[in-house]
Ligand binder design. Structure first.
Ligand code: NAD
Ligand code: TYD
Length: 360
């Protein structure tokens, strides 16, 4: 007899946010079997999960979400009843260089998971009963806001500008279409920018912490006046847990920190924090700031209104930004080996040897 009460597949569990979600679920729900389905692209790293990899209720499967046949086989053979879908190409700058890859992974990959889940679930006597497909998306699908203007709510029309946000918007539409067409129990959340441990150092915060540490230039796009709304990654993972269990089927929720910062102000805060923690004269590395050519189509401002999540499910962010940044900078400085390994690409070669290079 299966000793687990549920089997949940978390896609992209070896990535930044996914690894925090896997850790939370594996530790909090010993009666759930958690399968981490991840292709281990450059952004996926099993070292992010070394503290839970030996737990009895955790399994890793190396698989491409676009590989429909194998995904279907997995869902059917393992009697999967919940899917929390985070696997994606996630970096805007990469999407500008290679939009096809973003359409493949984010659109076709999501469609492949939806179709496999639908087929597997409708082949069981209980059908969709007790099942849930939870799709993790971004605030970037809503487009860009003016400085000092309003916030994105769940009813803001989609208006994506980058190939990344266009691919995420498309995947959100497919998820909703599977509910509206087939009655599949889906749910979508759109979250603001996350920060915290295990984020690949191509995104602003970990990239700049690493650069300040090595006294490398800090390439601020444009004038640094773009605004993002930042949320500590563990607060996002807590929201995902709550919404997976208590969120309304077919609904969507915005997740954000009510925490808007201009890029240039974050960069100054990072310089001050890294300098202080490394015992350097505070602010001595401010001259590393270099204004460079702006990102193409750079969205001016994102800001999330997460009132619905608070009023319906009682979720609130737990950390003030300054506190979260202090924790985050300390983590990167104390985990130099992790930073060195992901920037050198050593782990990619290691896992290729261990699991093979097969792209399913
Ligand atoms: P990430 O880039 O750190 O991780 C993505 C993971 O997906 C990696 O482990 C990678 O190996 C895996 N993956 C990529 N292609 C795959 C494929 N074809 N098959 C299987 N696995 C594949 O991303 P993240 O920052 O952790 O973001 C996770 C999700 O949250 C994404 O869907 C992203 O759009 C969304 N999101 C991110 C943020 C943010 O600030 N990082 C904010 C809101 C929403
Ligand atoms: P990023 O972390 O790439 O997240 P997103 O584009 O999804 O918001 O970038 C955050 C902000 O920082 C964004 O306005 C672009 C800016 N940025 C820089 O100015 N320089 C950089 O080197 C990077 C990576 C980002």
């Amino acid at each position: 007899m299966n000793k687990f009460s549920r089997t949940i597949v978390i896609t992209g569990g070896a990535g930044f946010i996914g690894s925090h979600v896997v850790r939370l679920f594996v530790n909090k729900y010993p009666d759930y079997r958690i399968i981490n389905l991840d292709l281990l692209t450059y952004a996926g790293n099993l070292a992010n999960l070394s503290d839970v990899e030996h737990k009895e209720n955790y399994e890793f499967v190396k698989m491409d979400i676009c590989d429909y046949d194998n995904v279907l086989r997995l869902f059917e053979s393992q009697h999967v009843d919940g899917i929390i879908h985070l696997a994606a190409e996630s970096h805007v700058d990469r999407s500008i260089k290679d939009p096809f890859l973003f359409a493949r992974t984010n659109v076709m990959g999501t469609l492949s998971l939806l179709q496999a889940a639908k087929t597997a679930w409708l082949n069981t006597p209980e059908g969709f009963e007790g099942k849930r497909f939870y799709h993790i998306s971004t605030d970037e699908v809503y487009g860009a806001l003016e400085i000092g203007g309003g916030l994105f709510t769940e009813t803001t029309p989609y208006s994506p500008h980058s190939p990344y946000s266009a691919s995420k918007a498309s995947s959100d539409h497919f998820v909703r279409a599977f509910h509206d067409t087939y009655g599949m129990p889906t749910i979508v959340t759109n979250c603001s920018n996350n920060y915290g441990p295990y984020q690949f150092p191509e995104k602003l915060i970990p990239l700049f912490i690493n650069n300040i540490r090595h006294r490398r230039q800090l390439p601020v796009y444009g004038k640094g006046e773009n605004v993002r709304d930042w949320l500590y990654v563990e607060d996002h993972a807590r929201a995902i847990d709550l919404i997976f269990h208590k969120g309304k089927t077919a609904d969507s929720y915005n997740i954000g920190g009510f925490n808007e910062w201009r890029n240039i102000d974050i960069v100054r805060l990072l310089v001050a924090t890294v300098d202080r923690l490394l015992g350097r004269k505070e602010g001595e590395d401010l001259d590393l700031i270099t204004f460079v050519t702006d990102r193409q189509g750079h969205d001016l401002r994102y800001a999330i209104d997460s009132t619905k999540l608070k009023s319906e499910l009682g979720w609130e962010p737990s950390l003030q930004f300054e506190e979260g940044i202090e924790k985050t900078v300390r983590w990167y400085l104390e985990n130099e080996q992790w930073l060195n390994s992901v920037t050198s690409g050593d782990y990619e070669q290691y896992y290729a040897r261990m699991y093979g290079d097969k792209k399913c």
